[in-house]
Design a protein around this ligand. Sequence first.
Ligand code: GLU
Length: 490
Amino acid sequence: MNTVRVRFAPSPTGYLHVGGARTALFNWLYARHHDGVFVLRIEDTDLARSTDEATQVILDALQFLGMDWDEGPGVEGDYGPYYQSKRLDLYGKYADKLMEMGRAYKCYCTPEELEKKREEQIKQGQATHYDRHCLHLTAEQEAQYQAEGRTPVIRFKSLDEGVTEVDDMIRGKVRFDNVAQVDDFVIMKSDGMPTYNFAVVVDDALMRITHVIRGEDHLSNTPKQIQIYQALGFPVPRFAHIPMILGPDKSLLSKRHGATSVMQFKEEGYLSHAMVNYLALLGWSYDDSQTLFSIPELIEKFSLERVSKNPAVFDIQKLEWMNGVYIRELSLEDLYSEILPYWQQAGFLPQDVNSELKDYGLRILKELQPRLKLLADAVDLARYFFTDDYEYNQEVVEKILTKPQTKEILKYISEAVANASVLDEENLKPLFKQGLEQFGVKMGDLIQPLRVALTGTNVSPGIYDVLALLGRERVLERIKRTLEMLEERS
Ligand code: GLU
């Protein structure tokens, strides 16, 4: 039985974006579903644009998403090295082989000359492709070009007739006209580096890749790649081109649509599980109803048959919703571990948290858990539990604290809090109720100003929980502070 071998082959020229992460995920799920091998290959032949930092960010993002690779950076396998920049001798070797076979040739045309030809072809209404000017150069002509200081590229001699058919696992049979759609493309640049279309074939072949799963934007490259496989006598892998991802305005998803980098999502407080679950649904579905999947379930249920031909639309609200669902599924302990770095960064908790502080954190999270969409929300939502230094929402102050009797009500509550034996519902509620009669108001008229005084705003966990968490001293201090603020305003 042939083992499934798939690969994710990012170019380390930027962050890992939603599109790349989704491609990686489909490969990873396919490998795991089939007990296959998931290879990570770094396509870093664009030396000017590739950086080690970008590679590291991609590795970090994959790790965050839990997509472990079986071969690749840090995991040596039988088919390495897994960085294209370390495989240059191989590309040279196969380019030479194609030249010996008469399936590749040196081309000395300069970019300016090529541009001129292009313009001419456009003027004549012809398809723009290389005119094979250098296909049959004599030794003298070559010597002449070299003497002029020209350095050649190597072009593939593509097929002169017929069609190349891509039998795509998602898109079905797609046919390309060899003359009109595949010209003599460059396989080695003048600096000795391979082009993408060439290196990808050499590597996929030598790494024994059985299935190439990648974005649909590469479908048009596929006939070129197939012609190289055939010329070199390599078996052609199966191809599966997955649909593009669009933004809400139906244009290709890009930075214009907001965050698209996986690590940025992580910083904003998206959970790995929510990201993976959501990414899986960008172009794939199990049936029409199920949206929430555990990771083992995704592995079990994923198939290319159920990948759509139609573009997927990235819906940040759905991702946010899903994140909230998974946040609520976390145990308090796990939620605490996720939130701790955010609270530490905000200065709410020290690097070494003692058990008393941790306990306080857990009690706060118990109240916040139902309200969180993003982990990072836990900073603003918890600020008043950790510091007296928070903003009063002026609109809310205006609406709630300027009502008649507010000051008297707050003074009354202050006394009740001072006198209650314990700050909990059982002890405070009866005292508050007495106040209602005294002032002729409803419970809300008493609780709302108190809430604003304690939290700076009008939404918070239940008031008795807030009181208990803050403790008597802080409650009295904050009421006092609010009364002074009201005094100053009048
Ligand atoms: N390095 C290419 C890219 O990032 C890989 C494309 C492929 O999967 O063949 O687009």
